[in-house]
Design a protein. Structure first.
Lengths: 377, 478
């Protein structure tokens, strides 16, 4: 296993590689086709190198544990607004999620629907490409259109174009108060309408999720509001009025501390409903309006809907091709055995000419094909 | 500002190229008469102009593909154009290029409230996207100052921002999908009404690539429900540094205003005489706008007012009604026009970390005195996106050059302070030769590698973004 401790050693490790490298941060998000190569972990590149709460920016080496970043931000009343998902319960992995791995997977949670995805909060990157070049792009300012945006290219590229060595992220104030409206007993079609009505209201909904089989066995729809206490109190009442046609709504409140209002969102974010089961898990990113049709097409699959219906996590019987149910958007296999992943492809096949462009980028940034070769298909 | 020497070979083939384009598109949409092409000789960076070989104005993605295929076969450079409002020279032609304008393509294709997005043809103007959904209580968030005129195509090419992106983000954060045609005439579909990418983030890569990777013909944009209300507060300060410090404190306090705009004395005086907005007599002022219900607005403005009072404001004025709000914004919105009445100017776009505002403002003042040219500062302070306006007289020999030299110094200062050359206008030709200040050769090479893949012949807007010396061999190979 290669475990460089700084960017220079990382560049040397890549330049000196004689064969494929399986690049990872904490190794907790093993999504993609298996890579046969020497392990290269960036866990040794650790530490927050710059944090300026007044400028809402944080710079961290790629291997910095995500938990360390979040603790540091919490101490200043701030947070990673994109609410990065923790894959460990879903995938049964262990280890420590890193900030680099989070960015490489563009891991974004429920707040994505309002605040944006990980890629939207990524201001700058440093990375080592397959030729051993140390490349920087972006910076640590909120607006930056200087040259091409390789920052977003790196987000979600899963170590196939370069190995992240450092990332700069925009952070946001942690909300003082949270309230969750709970609607009970809605079927998926009605739930998506209720979530849409919420997201289309002026009340700045920061989460909209639906679970047909909640912890107590019944359907539950969750709508989250965050902000200053008085503002949340006002908006939650107004929104409850607006949602009257969907039945009486319960309200959960949190002002301080991780109580039920936040625990429920971690449960959604980490797709805990599908953790520890034997089924395959698929992730569908779709237009929210398509959610009811997709869920119906998936039949008896167990589903969790997030992003107002735009994100559907489906637990289906092993080996089944759930991608057939997709009409628009994309489907990714998050958990399945190697045979299923190889047969069905983990990622949505890309149409031409994008597939050729992707191959072209890999040839430019990794001509020897040593960075996570084949991981993205 | 150097531009590459035109290809004599292309110039010699003008009539053949025009003929082929006329055969493919209807003749009236291919303009080669210098009288007709004059309107396309420059964009909003008016200091530079050049008549193109010809102008094509396709009416569909298919026609764009057809035009690009012909240009590709004929090895003619193509300069894509939205509405021509680029302040960076992004749409500046060369004499051997075909200008491809998408202004005829401006239809609304689909409005989908259930998925909160709208699909439009890319020639549609920014403001008219909001116009299509505002009756239903929605808006499109990015709001560049030129939003009445600028096209979505150009917004995507430059990753345009605006005053309200402090809260809502810039174009790349509000773009869900697009249809694009690459130089060889291939039609590429990226994204859609869903919220993330499966493979690489092509949307992110194309957005801000200044028309060098493809011509965007359609876009799916995120639309947002309009807030219940919005109200600004005006705060005057005794010094620019104190105003800058106040911005940082507001950001730090956990309030997220929708906009924090800054103007210095120079600009205040000019807009005051131009628009009589009733601004106070002070060294610097901030306009801070917040959104929500009336009570929420009161709360937020209360927090902001308390922060501002710690900085001994000369004046603190909260808009009590729509009329007062409009007057507070009036001066800011007329600032660029007012400055233009006073003199010629170039508008910079350097962006710095918010915490660096006080120091950088001070050093800009020193540079202004050193070069003997007035600089007015009016900008989006909340995200550190500065817009120093350097005033000069274009009719006075050498002043444009002095002005550009001062501009370069200010931009270098922004990079030194941890910032960048351009926050929302783009590089174009204007900042092309300063790219070395911000990037090492290997960084630029990596970016050019992307163009190598999507436009291997380097025919799309080839003389922009990168220093000409860096791209010479690539352009020559074409």
């Amino acid at each position: 296993m290669l475990s460089p401790s700084d960017e220079r050693e990382l560049a040397e490790a890549v330049s000196g590689a004689t064969g494929p490298l399986a690049v990872r941060g904490g190794g907790t998000r093993r999504v993609g086709h298996p890579v046969d190569g020497d392990d290269l972990t960036v866990a040794g590149l650790s530490g927050v190198t710059f944090y300026e709460p007044g400028a809402l920016t944080l710079v961290a080496r790629a291997g910095t544990p995500l938990a360390q970043v979040e603790t540091m931000l919490a101490a200043e009343g701030q947070m990673l607004a994109f609410e990065p998902m923790d894959h460990r319960k879903l995938l049964g992995t262990s280890g420590e999620p890193t900030i680099g791995g989070t960015v490489a997977a563009n891991a974004s949670g429920p707040r994505r629907v309002r605040a944006g995805a990980c890629r939207d909060f990524l201001l700058g990157v440093r990375f080592v490409d397959g030729r051993g070049r140390v490349i920087k792009n972006g910076g640590r300012v909120m607006k930056n259109v200087t040259g091409y945006d390789l920052v977003r290219l790196m987000a979600g590229s899963r170590g196939t174009l370069g190995v992240l060595s450092e990332v700069c992220l925009k952070v946001l104030p942690r909300p003082e108060s949270t309230a969750v409206l709970l609607l009970a007993g809605l079927d998926v079609e009605v739930a998506v309408r209720a979530m849409s009505a919420s997201l289309n209201s002026p009340y700045e909904v920061s989460g909209a999720a639906h679970v047909p089989v909640g912890l107590d066995g019944d359907p539950v729809t969750m709508i989250r509001l965050e902000g200053f206490e008085a503002s949340v109190a006002y908006r939650v009442e107004r929104l409850r009025d607006r949602l009257a046609e969907f039945g009486p709504a319960g309200i959960e409140r949190r002002t301080e501390g991780p109580e039920s209002a936040t625990a429920g969102w971690a449960w959604i974010r980490d797709v805990e409903a599908h953790g520890g089961t034997g089924e395959d898990v698929w992730r569908f990113s779709i237009p929210p309006r398509d959610a009811p049709a997709l869920v119906e097409s998936l039949g008896d699959a167990r589903v969790v809907l997030d992003w107002g219906g735009g994100l559907v996590w489906a637990a289906v019987e092993q080996g089944r091709d759930a991608r057939r149910s997709l009409s628009c958007g994309h489907a990714t296999i998050i958990r399945a055995d190697d045979e299923t992943r190889n047969r069905l492809g983990v990622f949505q096949p890309e149409a031409e000419p994008l597939a050729s462009f992707a191959e072209g980028l890999r040839r430019k940034f990794d001509p020897e094909g040593i960075l996570n070769p084949g991981l993205m298909g | 500002m150097d531009m590459p020497a035109p290809s004599i070979d292309v110039l010699n083939r003008k009539s053949r190229i025009v003929e082929r384009l006329k055969n493919a598109l209807s003749a009236e949409h291919v303009k080669s008469d210098p009288v007709e092409t004059r309107a396309y000789e420059c964009d909003a960076l008016t200091a530079y102009a050049c008549q193109p070989l010809c102008v094509v104005l396709p009416g569909s993605t298919g026609e764009v593909a057809e035009a690009l295929r012909i240009c590709s076969e004929e090895r003619v450079p193509v300069v894509p154009r939205g509405s021509g409002t680029s302040l960076a020279g992004g749409a500046l032609p060369t004499s051997d290029c075909v200008v491809l304008g998408v202004s005829r393509m401006s239809r609304i294709l689909e409005v989908d409230y259930a998925s909160r997005c709208i699909r439009v043809e890319a020639g549609r103007t920014n403001l008219s996207v909001t116009g299509a959904v505002q009756e239903d209580g929605f808006f499109y968030a990015p709001d560049p100052s030129s939003q009445l005129a600028c096209a979505i195509a150009g917004n995507i090419a430059m990753n345009a921002g605006g005053a309200h992106c402090l809260k809502y983000g810039v174009t790349t954060n509000n773009l869900l999908g697009l249809t694009m045609v690459t130089m060889d005439g291939s039609v590429v579909e990226i994204g859609g009404a869903h919220m993330d990418a499966s493979g690489y983030d092509w949307l992110g890569l194309v957005c801000g690539s200044e028309g060098q990777l493809g011509v965007v013909t359609e876009a799916t944009l995120r639309i947002l429900p309009r807030p219940e209300g919005a109200r600004p507060m005006l705060i005057g300060f005794a010094s620019p540094e104190v105003a800058g410090a106040c911005v940082s404190d507001i950001i730090r306090a956990g309030v997220l205003p929708v906009a924090i705009e800054y103007m210095d004395r120079k600009v205040i005086e000019v807009v005051e005489s131009f628009s009589q907005a009733g601004y106070p007599d002070c060294e610097a002022l901030l306009i801070v706008e917040v959104e929500g219900s009336p009570a929420e607005i009161d709360d937020q403005l209360g927090v902001i007012g308390n922060i501002a009072r710690r900085h001994d404001p000369i004046e603190l004025r909260e808009a009590r009604d729509a009329d007062e709000a409009a007057r507070i914004w009036l001066g800011r919105k007329s600032a660029f026009g007012a400055m233009g009445k006073l003199n010629d100017y170039i508008c910079l776009d350097g962006t710095i970390p918010v915490s660096e505002l006080p120091g950088v403002l001070k050093r800009i003042g020193a540079l202004s005195r050193q070069y003997g040219l007035d600089v007015g500062n009016v900008f989006h302070a909340g995200d550190g996106n500065m817009h120093p306006l350097i005033l000069f007289n274009a009719n006075s020999s050498g002043e444009l050059e002095t002005c550009e030299a001062l501009g370069a110094e200010i931009l270098k200062l922004c990079v030194e302070a941890g910032g960048c050359l351009t926050g929302e206008h783009g590089v174009g030709i204007e900042k092309r030769d300063l790219m070395h200040v911000q990037f090492d050769p290997v960084d630029l090479e990596a970016q050019m590698n992307v163009k190598d893949v999507l436009d291997p012949a380097w025919l799309l807007n080839p003389a922009k973004v990168f220093p000409l010396s860096e791209t010479a061999s690539r352009r020559a190979a074409a």
